[in-house]
Design a binder for this molecule. Sequence first.
Ligand code: SF4
Length: 344
Amino acid sequence: MKNILELSKEELISYFQKIGQPRFRQVQVWNWLYQKGKLDFFEMSNIPKIIRERLARDFVIDLPKIYTVQKSKDGTTKFALSLHDENIIETVLIPEGTHYTQCLSSQVGCPLGCTFCSTGKMGFVRNLSCGEIIGQILVAKSYLKDTKDKLKIRNLVFMGMGEPLLNWENVKKAIYILRDKQAFDFSYRHTTISTVGIPKPLQEFAEKDLGSIAISLHAPTQELREKIMPKAASIVSLNDLIELLKNIPLRNRQRITIEYILIKGINDSLDHARQLNRVLSHIKCKINLIAFNPGEDIEYEAPDEKSISEFEKYLRDKGQITTLRKSKGQDINAACGQLRAKIL
Ligand code: SF4
């Protein structure tokens, strides 16, 4: 039976039209599902009983199941979720003052195999469906309700397992549901896609103004990118990616986030900082430095405090807006793919 979470707004309206019901039934169902979190057709009390019975005959409401939950000392909560085919994905709630940011997965595993990434090491299993993407938020919301946690989820980042723009059709469908006022009502400002830079969908994401863009750059030269992110570097060369970013449509105050994982002895020298500054000189961006978080199956090491601060200072002195992201949840394997790797 079809999972109702897989249906776009138009698809649900067309279903109701086919069974001779008015369009506003779609609004009612979305309201129950996505705003009230009621995951049982029979509790949708403003819908006639006969229609509720019909819905229950035609659809299921299928959510990923919580396999494990780990809470870090800093409040980061990491879920391993089991899908209908027993594949495991991860989603993480990161506390940020008055709210949570939820980090979402878009694929089981990842085909890109970046050498510093636990998910990349696993290889690719399959894309997530739209319902499995949305399901991650529904599961997290219901967990927060059950644990009487008052913080709300305000920001969404597609930064979990997988390259979201290699699963663009499903991710796009999910984003349209997430931003719809009748559903979750997440604004474009609170939705970020993190990508190595797959040109066509990236352009579409920007042109349709679907949210903020974070580019996983991690290397300031094509040569180094080929070494540490070989597949990404073969999909788009650094030159082409930079050209694309120079011309991408942005709102007035919007900046592209450049993600740069500092790895000891690989990309963390002052020379690398100089090259990075040069490469980004004509891009409206802010740089997010992240100290590599060692995983059990990866041989790279975390950078020294000294090289981190020198790298950061160099970029700041050159006028680059630069932040150093503290890696949260270190005690619970919160880097992408680490928890799943452990479970498997
Ligand atoms: Fe895939 Fe992102 Fe990991 Fe690269 S860093 S392998 S794109 S999940």
